[in-house]
Design a protein. Sequence first.
Length: 372
Amino acid sequence: MAYTWDVFLMAAIFGFLYGFLLQKADFCFVASIRDWISVKDTRILNGVLVLIATALLGWGLVLTLDIKSVSDIWTVPLGGANLLGGILFGIGMTIAGGCGSGTLYRCGMGYIQFWIVLLFAIAGNLLFALIYDPWARDALKPLTVLEGGYTLFSWPLPYYLLPVVIVAVMLAIAIYRFGLKGFVGGIKSSLTDWEGSPLKQSHWDIRLVAFLIGVVATIQFALMSNVSITGPETRIGAVALAQLLGNDFVFNNTYLNAMFADFPRVGLGPEETLVIFLVIGSFVASLLSGSFKFRIPRASRLPFAIGGGLLMGVSSRIAPGCNIANVITGIGGLSLSSVIVVIGMIIGIVIVVALVFKMPLMLFQRSDALDD
């Protein structure tokens, strides 16, 4: 299909907003689990939970209003590949120091390390494409239980019912943990945590940012498409390959050819535009707050950036998808495969964190302290 200019404009706006918001809260999925396990810091994890709750209600609302149908929900083959890919992606992003979205917004902040992670993640995407037919395809096929995937929204229930029940349980747990006064106080503080101009403020409350990201993702789902990161990155890599080796190289590759099935040609589409503008949004946000700075990584970090990036790229094709696609689009759409992928990612993070804390030196530091 041929895309019109307004679709590209929408994609650019959505991408800019994601990048701006992610940077304002240092929002990174791997940090949410790592910090919770290692130092009992739940700040980012609370943001992830708010994001999930917002996406669930958002997807339920869009379906209830008949803006989109169940067939528009992002579902992928259900099976062991979800868990395998999730575990490997969790290991990869913990080694690299950032998740799919965390890598992109840090690129916009001037972290050279994460440009290296991004480059090798795309290389990992393309590596999987090169080994897909027939080796990877034949190896993963026995792991598939349900080819078309499965969403709980396909149940014969009102679309809003399950999201409301799940979010109600989440709210009940939060109130039980913090008390009603603490819960209400948390909401109030997330809305009033301002010091001067919000645009110039270095950090926004992550709970507010998570809610806003969920709202933006819901609007994108209603108006354009599901939000994703690693799929578009794979196509960006394929476009680069086409420039070097010709379009026939892409067309003759089974995996890459399928990724351009809806495209009029090998080129950048709206989702790739979104990814590019995510980096731009982060760049603008960091400039406004004075936090942009080119940061050269120490040589000792390069093997982790390269190895972690490659593993993220390959595993995001196995799972498939990264943290953004599975946490927002997948869980928001009540996709069982995404639930399994996210569980796998958590397992992968736990594995690396457990190994790190058995070593005499800390190889991985908090993302907000990298080369500052």
